[in-house]
Design a protein around this ligand. Structure first.
Ligand code: NAP
Ligand code: SF4
Length: 677
């Protein structure tokens, strides 16, 4: 029966030998779980996503051999024990009614591994090691290792494999001249350069039989110099189909590309138009991906004929029940992936287990359990920022009776400042989700209410999540009318002149700089402008999809200087996978960044600074406004008053520790506390 809410998204897909229940693929994500080897935890993680309705799950990348692992010790199917372990996860997924394919990921020159191999010995700009150029025998071994990985995946109970041929990994490295300088039958002409991926798919198909899914992840827009033309992409797609692939998945951009492809500042469904170009050129189903994070977006992409299926990866960390909630018409209750990368990719690249900023249960499902409370308590939560909201919601989910007090006239706390920063519009969706949960769980919300210790009597437990206050930097002249705080700018929309100096280059200083330089142009909401800003062209007219004119940012709205006292590179502490985007954006907007400064005074002319311990080189930063973004301190006055009245209070979020507070820590702390009460 056609689903009335999402008729395209929830339509089944017949693959001939098997059928997918809907058009949703949970895309591959490295979580770090496989390397830890707790297979009950892995089975629970995948099993919950199958139960939540993902028609086909693709695992994190599994190495076909040690030299191809993304790092030394990367997981793969290397032994009978590995096969038996993976069987625990595949059995669980099948028991939940789902299907699962194992991604075979050979990193080639991207491997953080001194034994890495590639078509040519050319180091990538994001790698530590020069790869070894493979000879004919070496290439044959790699093909054979792909085949072995696929047959072992079949033995482990998988429904298929995804062969990773995009994002600049090993197979992709053979395809483009950028990385393949060979002169033998694996290099030179395009027909030679695509021989390897075709051969891999052909040999895998021959080994696994006809009733096994083979997804090939094809780079449809490389976003690197010397990338493929779109004619070449079509040629490869047709050859891969002929070689035996069941489905083609879309890969966007190499990892070394200087164009963001999945960060929150990338417009939603930013690359669906690229996949659409392939439609009609092959007969097998085509999947599109990147920045699709709501059922409405997914439905629109399919309804417009951009693809036959959609791949969403991070949205399944944020909410395992994405599909089930969409099917039930409860889309507003889906915890949204805000594409921040803070707890998933940033963790992966720091060697930590992935989880999710909005859902700290992700990958921790066996350890952090939200179970019905043994005793139903009356709880007071003060502060409706991320910490308070997550504590209130989790407590109410467990059956507690929750009252939530908020001083301002809206929920969200600092998220309300984040949501107006260009490229952070996804925070609107997160606040809307919290609003829907508060309503659904019948949490009593008191807005415009400054809680007092007296108001909190009669509750069994008190949770204080009163957030932070701005740190006073004590700069001479800071009380002048031309000095504003980030709150004046981001919350109260204070007018700011054409020249501004921003004191403090932490996350908020960067946010303020992006907000003030963008003016009215929020490119994350405007795909043509965003493409112009980053130089993304049509791959049909420009090789690899890189505009020959390069990035063409709009003229900045203001002349800005961003300053910090530390001598380090400004923005060093930003997210591992997104910091470069923020730095590049400010650079494109002509923002001057100064480190190692002393703030001498502020006067009508602007900000007076000097450099170094001896206060050398006195300089005036001429500015109409000076904006203080100098960090925060815990706001604990209520907590102290409650404790002074002889009662106990649980203090969470910024009220607990303000240093380097971010929503990830606040939400995690709120959920964990509420899980324990
Ligand atoms: P922050 O990251 O701690 O940065 C505070 C800035 O103020 C630093 O640049 C610091 O640099 C400067 N500073 C500190 N004390 C000062 C003083 N006494 N006088 C002058 N300057 C001083 O704090 P934030 O920017 O307020 O951000 C708060 C939290 O939110 C952070 O954890 C941040 O990561 C998070 N956040 C994250 C994002 C994101 O994109 N992920 C965005 C916004 C906020 P110096 O000491 O070197 O001068
Ligand atoms: Fe999405 Fe951020 Fe969660 Fe990653 S951490 S899944 S990007 S919300």
């Amino acid at each position: 029966m056609t689903n009335p809410h999402y008729p395209h998204l929830l339509a089944p897909l017949d693959l001939g030998f098997t059928r997918l229940e809907n058009r949703v693929l949970m895309g591959s994500m490295h979580t770090g779980l496989e390397e830890q080897g707790d297979w009950q935890r892995i089975a629970t993680y995948y099993g919950l996503r199958a139960r939540g309705g993902a028609a086909l799950i693709v695992t994190g990348g599994m190495a076909p051999n040690p030299e191809g692992g993304v790092f030394a010790g990367a997981a793969g199917l290397f032994s009978a024990e590995d096969i038996a372990n993976h069987r625990i996860a595949t059995d669980r997924v099948h028991a939940e009614g789902g299907k699962i394919a194992m991604q075979i990921l050979h990193a080639g020159r991207y491997a953080y591994n001194r034994n890495c191999v590639a078509p040519s010995a050319i180091k990538s700009p994001i790698s530590a090691f020069v790869p070894r150029e493979l000879d004919e025998e070496g290439i044959e071994k790699q093909i054979s290792d792909f085949v072995t990985a696929a047959t072992r995946a079949r033995d482990a109970g998988y429904d298929g494999v995804e062969i990773m041929g995009s994002e600049g990994y090993f197979l992709n490295q053979f395809i483009v001249l950028h990385t393949n300088r060979r002169t033998d039958r694996w290099g030179g002409a395009y027909e030679n350069r695509i021989r390897l991926p075709i051969e891999v798919v052909r040999r895998v198909r021959a080994a696994v039989g006809q009733d096994f899914i083979i997804i090939y992840r094809l780079s449809m827009i490389d976003l690197v110099p010397d990338g493929s033309t779109f004619d070449e992409v079509i040629t490869l797609a047709q050859a891969i189909e002929k070689a035996g692939a069941t489905i083609l998945n879309t890969g966007i951009g190499w990892h070394e590309a200087r164009v963001p492809t999945i960060a929150t500042s990338v417009p939603r469904r930013a690359f669906a138009w690229v996949t659409k170009k392939l439609m009609g050129h092959v007969a097998i189903p085509v999947i599109t991906s990147n920045r699709i994070n709501t059922p409405d977006i997914a439905e629109s992409v399919l309804a417009e004929g951009c693809a036959d299926m959609v791949s969403m990866a991070r949205p399944f960390l944020a909410d395992p029940d994405f599909v089930a909630k969409a099917a039930a018409g409860r889309a507003q209750h889906i915890a949204p992936c805000i594409a921040c990368n803070q707890a998933c990719l940033d963790h992966t690249f720091s060697g930590k287990t992935s989880t999710c900023l909005v859902n700290p249960l992700a990958c921790y499902e066996t350890e952090l359990r939200i179970e019905p409370a043994r005793t139903r308590k009356k709880l007071a939560v003060v502060g409706a920022g991320p910490a308070g909201l997550s504590a209130a919601i989790t407590a109410a989910e467990r059956g507690h009776i929750v009252s939530l007090f908020e001083r301002s006239n809206e929920i969200g706390g600092q998220l309300n400042m984040a949501k107006i920063v260009p490229g952070k519009e996804e925070f609107h969706g997160l606040i809307a989700y919290y609003q829907a949960r508060l309503h659904d769980l019948e949490i009593t919300l008191y807005l415009d209410t400054t809680a007092t210790p007296e108001m909190l009597s009669g509750f069994d437990d008190i949770i204080i999540a009163t957030g932070v206050t701005p740190r006073d930097p004590a700069i001479p002249g800071q009380n002048r009318a031309n000095v504003l705080t980030y709150i004046d700018v981001l919350r109260n929309h204070a007018p700011v002149g054409p020249r501004a100096a921003i004191i403090g280059a932490g996350g908020i200083g960067f946010d303020v700089a992006e907000y003030l330089s963008a003016g009215d142009h929020h490119t994350a909401q405007d795909l043509p402008l965003w493409r112009q800003e980053w130089g993304v062209a049509d791959p049909e007219t420009s090789r690899g999809g890189l505009s020959p004119m390069g990035p063409q940012p709009l003229a900045p709205a203001r002349k800005l200087t961003l300053l910090q006292r530390k001598p380090d590179k400004p923005g060093k502490g930003l997210g591992k996978t997104t910091g470069w985007i923020h730095r590049a954006t400010l650079k494109m907007n002509g923002v001057k960044m100064l480190a190692g400064v002393n703030y001498e005074k502020i006067d009508t002319d602007g900000l007076h600074i000097s450099f170094g311990a001896t206060h050398e080189n006195p300089t005036l930063i001429a500015a109409d406004h000076v904006i203080l973004c100098t960090g925060q301190l815990p706001e604990r006055s209520l907590a102290e008053a409650v404790i002074a009245s002889g009662r106990k209070a649980h203090i969470i979020g910024g009220a607990d520790v303000a240093a380097e507070l971010d929503a990830k820590r606040a939400i995690n702390q709120g959920v964990r506390l509420a899980a324990s009460l």
